[in-house]
Design a protein around this ligand. Structure first.
Ligand code: ADP
Ligand code: MG
Length: 340
């Protein structure tokens, strides 16, 4: 009797094993995760087995990211280093953003510069309210600006002046996308698109072979206008980032001051470039160069792109007659959806 039970038991196990080995792998289904981070939204669309829940892990990843790179969090590593906390040390993520920032500063001849912090604050785009700005204040802050004035040494931020403050806001969002992308890769997710506040990265195509599509917004004059689509790009294994002067700005005496600061002059940029979208293989690179090109403007930007491998860009600018014009690199044009 006991033997019969044992044989029967074994038979059941073998059947279960056989059945499970014959089971077809589950078809990946379309899944979406959305939430808030870095004072903006995030949205991830991916194809996977629906039994895996990634939402809590992504939320905590982004939360950890903010506690390194957000200037809006008083206890983040960047805030503590800015405030000269002697116990603060840079972590790995901080180091990656810092080194990339220095690289982009070198390549853009200082158009991109994370030491713009004091100017960003004084012009009212950071932590404090806008000062009554004049040349005198700009001149007093400019000695605090210059990427050569900061170094990272064994986790310590060395500054030539303790009043220097660094600002990762032009690059951190892009890097957050790359961090989420690495996490999804580690989970074996094959096909996805990540969007953090307009910084986007698409991995592979959709299961049917169709590329992911990303809309580029029309830079409308009214900041709170409804968003209108200017163009659509078809993305696969690429990142795209858009910087603009049309959303975060203020107007005074008919002049529009954008939140992008020209480190050379100490003033917000006020040229004809309304928005620039940059494509690169990773989102941190795309984000940083989008800001740098915003500083350069249309003509200098076009010239710069001629010598920049791996970067493609799309400019939207206003012509002297106030009409809206566009310019894009050949590589970018190839990825534009044709029927719009
Ligand atoms: P958006 O995509 O919203 O246009 P960006 O990626 O261009 O934003 O980042 C703009 C932010 O970067 C500003 O709010 C400021 O904090 C910071 N910043 C402004 N000018 C520069 C600059 N020349 N180099 C690096 N960071 C800058
Ligand atoms: Mg940027």
């Amino acid at each position: 009797m006991q033997l019969f039970i044992r044989v029967n038991y074994l038979f059941t196990i073998v059947c279960v094993l056989l059945l499970s080995s014959c089971r077809q792998p589950k078809e990946p289904v379309l899944l979406k995760i959305a939430g808030e981070t870095q004072g903006t939204y995030y949205a991830i669309t991916y194809y996977a087995d629906d039994s895996i829940s990634l939402h809590p892990a992504i939320d905590s990843l982004l939360h950890r990211f903010d506690s390194t790179a957000s200037t809006y969090k008083p206890n983040s590593i960047i805030s503590r280093l800015n405030n000269n906390d002697p116990h603060a040390r840079a972590d790995e993520m901080f180091g990656i953003i810092f080194r990339k920032s220095m690289e982009v500063s070198e390549k853009t001849y200082g158009a991109f510069d994370i030491t713009v912090g004091p100017l960003v604050n004084a012009w009212g785009f950071g932590l404090s309210n806008r000062l009554k700005m004049d040349q005198h204040i700009v001149d007093s802050l400019k000695p605090l600006v210059g990427y050569h004035k900061v170094k990272l040494n064994n986790g310590k931020l060395l500054k030539t002046d303790p009043r220097i403050r660094i600002d990762f806001n032009a690059i951190a969002q892009g890097y957050a996308v790359d961090v989420v992308s690495a996490f999804l890769d580690s989970k074996g997710i094959q096909s996805y698109i990540i969007d953090i506040g307009g910084e986007v990265l698409a991995r592979r195509s959709k299961p049917g072979g169709e590329k992911w599509s990303v809309a580029i917004e029309m830079p409308t004059r009214q900041a709170d206008d409804e968003r209108t689509v200017q163009a659509v790009v078809m993305l696969q294994d690429m990142a795209i980032s858009t910087s603009g002067s049309y959303r975060k700005f203020y107007e005074e005496n008919g002049i529009r001051y954008s939140h992008t600061i020209d480190p050379a002059s100490g003033y917000p940029v006020v040229h004809s470039l309304l928005s620039v979208s940059v494509m690169a293989s990773d989102c941190m690179t795309a984000d940083a160069y989008a800001t740098a090109l915003m500083v350069m403007g249309v003509e200098k930007g076009k010239e710069f792109l001629k010598h920049s491998k791996g970067l493609e860009a799309y400019f939207i600018y206003s012509a002297p007659d106030s009409s809206m014009k566009t310019y894009c690199t050949k590589g970018f044009e190839k990825l534009l959806k044709k029927d719009n």
